[in-house]
Design a protein around this ligand. Sequence first.
Ligand SMILES: *[C@@H]1O[C@H](CO)[C@@H](O)[C@H](O)[C@H]1NC(C)=O
Ligand SMILES: *[C@@H]1O[C@H](CO)[C@@H](O)[C@H](O)[C@H]1NC(C)=O
Ligand SMILES: *[C@@H]1O[C@H](CO)[C@@H](O)[C@H](O)[C@H]1NC(C)=O
Ligand SMILES: *[C@@H]1O[C@H](CO)[C@@H](O)[C@H](O)[C@H]1NC(C)=O
Ligand SMILES: *[C@@H]1O[C@H](CO)[C@@H](O)[C@H](O)[C@H]1NC(C)=O
Length: 361
Amino acid sequence: MANTFPMFLLSLCLFSQFFLAKCSIPLSPALYVFGDSIVDSGNNDFLNTSAKANYKPYGIDFPAGPTGRFTNGNTFADFLAQYLGLPFVPPYLGLSKAQKSKTITGMNYASGSAGVLRKSGKIVGMNLELQKQIEFFQATVNHYLPKNFKNKEELSQYLSKSIFVVEIGINDYLANYLLPTYYNSSHLYSPKQFSGILLKKLKKGLQDIYNLGARKFLVFNIGPIGCTPALVYSQNITSGCAENLNQLVSLYNEGLPNMLQELTASLNGSTFVLGEFYQASYDLNQNPYKYGFTNRSSCCVVNSATSQCLQDVSPCKDRAKHIYWDGFHPTQHANYVFATGCFLGTTQCTPLNILELTQKH
Ligand SMILES: *[C@@H]1O[C@H](CO)[C@@H](O)[C@H](O)[C@H]1NC(C)=O
Ligand SMILES: *[C@@H]1O[C@H](CO)[C@@H](O)[C@H](O)[C@H]1NC(C)=O
Ligand SMILES: *[C@@H]1O[C@H](CO)[C@@H](O)[C@H](O)[C@H]1NC(C)=O
Ligand SMILES: *[C@@H]1O[C@H](CO)[C@@H](O)[C@H](O)[C@H]1NC(C)=O
Ligand SMILES: *[C@@H]1O[C@H](CO)[C@@H](O)[C@H](O)[C@H]1NC(C)=O
């Protein structure tokens, strides 16, 4: 099969990632990010919520320090931006109107605690649910981006070559279905019904993003929540993961691939790549040594009620040996493993990896 991508450029990009530099020629004009705290780059700094990561030790390995990223360094989205040769994707809420008008390399609408459903995660304060994130993208397309393009055709071309990441759904379980004291969803719906509701709503959201011009999508399934230190702890698991909780999100994950295939088939010119967050993350938990990890407990010292890092308390020193940074979120090193597998590998992002997705016409 002909591979038209210049390999010297790829090695340059891969090489440069170790120095937090940018590739000289981007592989895609922009990266747009939708989702929750796994990929939030600081939107929640601007919201009235306790789901914030704008204090130490968050960002301890990030050059700018704490920025609202829910990890010690780069998120998955940061690594992906680097691989694409793009600058880090700024949080939409952190940009002035003038900055929004000039930003053409992508924006990040992701928000810690947000879910597919509007109510999910709201018990800890405000967040940008998926629908709200799409409204902001709509404003981006209709109001801010056109100033940078000669005509509609040019804008459409740009959008069709850009990469759209959607990483959401975990909070619909953690901060909705699994909190029967605050949410009645588990009384109203069986696990199977609830996963169906989420998938239907997500599908509508993806169609809306397509209708605004997006063509190249990367959509993540939900990670093994039962392996997170927070739930391992709360379920009194002494070894392994809380498999009953993993099974709950697996219902959603089982329905997602078909839905993405249907969308690729029905939406002209679209490609929906599935991001296998569950399998990749489960494998890290089962075989940590394979990836250089030795420790499955959280690196920072967490508040046992929120599972977020305690402010100003020193975290572990050997951060690259930990899969989890706090009670729920992967460390920078785990994000690097996911991003590398998704960009270049053959199993984490299917049926195309992201490098192949950028080359698709
Ligand atoms: C922030 O949210 C809290 C809790 O919901 C509320 O009591 C407070 O008034 C809010 N603050 C602002 C500035 O809206
Ligand atoms: C579920 O709870 C919401 C409030 O959180 C309420 O508006 C709704 O009526 C409840 N639904 C049912 C069927 O009880
Ligand atoms: C975990 O153990 C504690 C103390 O032994 C107990 O109170 C709690 O109910 C247990 N939780 C679960 C989910 O079994
Ligand atoms: C699909 O889009 C292409 C342009 O991208 C167009 O030429 C073609 O007619 C479209 N097909 C359908 C069925 O709409
Ligand atoms: C794992 O990390 C925690 C937190 O830093 C630490 O207390 C524990 O000793 C580590 N366990 C192993 C086996 O290294």
